[in-house]
Design a binder for this molecule. Structure first.
Ligand code: NAD
Ligand code: UDX
Length: 443
């Protein structure tokens, strides 16, 4: 099938590459000429494991190409995927300007039947706005070209995006147009293994399904984070509690890890947007508001522990920080807890030597020439002469460190672990004070 993907970011590039992998003829459009130049030169503008090989293979096979030419992109695909950003507006609601600009481009330039697929995460009712924008453009030039709008939200996780896309739990298709449903079923047929993964439903339910999924997952995390704080007060261990409740199949083990708060480009933004959608429709989502408030507080938990240990004035202190990305296997720092931790440490006069396997370029872009921030080229390099170690992201390479080296390098033998990487008794056996999240009585 001929597919155009509008927006070549995390979702658009993965969608385009994986649909090409299934034999489709895919053209990816972006308004950012720099991104398209990198892709045309054989590079990948983001860090996403396995994506480079899929892109390279399909470009070579002639099934995947990149362009900044909007007219070419509109002419190319019967299926037009919109995968542009939907960042939060000032009040937290989703900013639809990029989605609607993409829709208008399609309406302005299309001449034959198009299925316009909303892949971006968009509030309930957006498909109607997309339909209206396209219809308006068609009316302005007196065109009677037919089109359908479909909601097909994406559930991939960064760091595992290719695998998630190639092996989806489910494929949500919100559509009313019969021909569009047939085309979507045909497009996704190669992804069905053992059973049909495609759930066809009405458009509004599909739009809400995406927010419901992310809101539910964020709720689990905030709930566990609050319990972890209680566990510290009561001398209980949240890790044992996690295993104790996760074994109940109604609860399950996934997304029950307490930590220093959830970040990323989706959970914080989508929780806010759903709260706003409800508010605009006269409903207060009390549970979700609490989820957000708890997460804002959780991002400060590591700093609270540091202040309890070293005092409010941290001037002259230098902290080793392991991990800057919002989670492992990505260079994405959108809404990352590290940003809050670093800002709070700087505010109190401390400096930081940070190490992250892939996100240090992104950190340089975000923090610019911040004089209190330096970078190390290895985890151990960050430790030398630091006052304490602070772990913010659970990269695999942090999981079995040389604890003797940590003890010998730090001025104060204390590890603040925001991701509960180690067995407390093991760390303590090296003479280190181990301050994790919810793992027994807090110091
Ligand atoms: P991104 O910021 O990485 O990429 C968006 C791209 O769209 C950018 O490259 C931008 O230049 C381009 N763009 C903007 N306007 C355009 C236009 N009119 N025409 C062509 N290109 C245009 O965003 P992302 O992380 O890929 O997210 C995209 C959408 O998918 C969002 O709605 C997000 O909520 C959703 N989503 C993201 C993830 C994720 O893990 N990142 C997962 C599921 C869903
Ligand atoms: C999320 C959703 O999982 C995905 O389905 C959706 O399409 C996009 O949003 P992503 O943001 O890439 O994916 O990462 P995810 O693995 O969900 O982690 C989000 C945040 O939650 C990270 O900061 C992570 O550290 C945190 N997290 C996750 C926890 O604190 N505890 C957990 O148990 C799981």
């Amino acid at each position: 099938m001929k597919v155009s993907v509008i927006g070549t970011g995390y979702v658009g590039l993965v969608t385009g590459a994986c649909l090409a992998e299934m034999g489709n003829d895919v053209l990816c459009l972006d308004v950012d000429p720099n991104k398209i130049r990198i892709l045309e030169e054989g590079g990948i503008p983001i860090h996403e494991p396995g994506l480079d090989a899929v892109v390279a293979r399909n470009v070579k096979a002639g099934r995947l190409a990149f362009t900044t030419d909007i007219a070419r992109s509109v002419a190319h695909g019967t299926l037009q995927f919109i995968a542009v950003g939907t960042p939060p507006d000032e009040d937290g609601s989703a900013d639809l300007q990029y989605v609607l600009a993409a829709a208008r481009n399609i309406g302005r330039l299309m001449s034959d039947y198009k299925v316009v697929v909303d892949k971006s995460t968009v509030p309930v009712g957006t498909a109607d706005k997309v339909r209206a924008a396209i219809a308006d453009e068609l009316a302005q030039r007196g065109s009677d070209a037919r089109f359908a709008v479909v909601s097909n939200p994406e559930f991939l996780k960064e760091g595992a995006a290719v695998d998630d896309f190639m092996r989806p739990d489910r494929i949500i298709v919100g559509a009313e147009d019969e021909q569009a449903i047939l085309l979507m079923r045909a497009l996704y047929a190669p992804f069905n293994r053992n059973h049909d993964k495609v759930h066809v439903m009405d458009v509004r339910s599909a739009e809400l399904t995406k927010y419901a999924a992310n809101a539910m997952l964020a709720t689990r995390i905030s709930f566990m984070n609050e319990l972890a704080l209680l566990a510290e007060k009561m001398g209980a261990d949240i890790e044992q509690v996690r295993q104790g409740i996760g074994s109940d199949p109604r609860i399950g083990y996934h997304f029950l890890y307490a930590g220093c708060g959830y970040g990323g480009s989706c959970f914080p933004k989508d929780v806010k947007a759903l709260i706003q959608t409800a508010a605009q429709n006269g409903q207060q989502l009390k549970v979700l508001q609490a989820v957000e408030d708890a997460n804002d507080a959780q991002k400060l938990v590591l700093v609270d522990k540091i202040v309890r240990r070293f005092g409010e004035d941290l001037s002259g202190k230098r902290f080793a920080v392991w991990g800057l990305a919002f989670k492992p296997n990505t260079d994405d720092m959108r809404e990352a807890t590290s940003r809050v931790v670093l800002a709070e440490l700087f505010k109190r006069g401390a400096s930081v030597t940070a190490y992250d396997p892939v996100a240090m370029d992104e950190a340089r872009r975000i923090f610019g020439d911040e004089p209190r921030l330096t970078y190390a080229d290895s985890p151990s390099g960050a430790l030398d002469g630091a006052d304490a170690l602070v772990i913010v992201t659970e990269w695999k390479e942090f999981r079995s460190p040389d604890f003797e080296r940590i003890k010998a390098s730090l001025k104060t033998p204390v590890v603040f672990d925001g991701r509960n990487l180690y067995e407390p008794s093991l760390v303590q056996s090296f003479g280190l004070d181990y301050q994790a999240i919810g793992r027994g009585a807090a110091a």
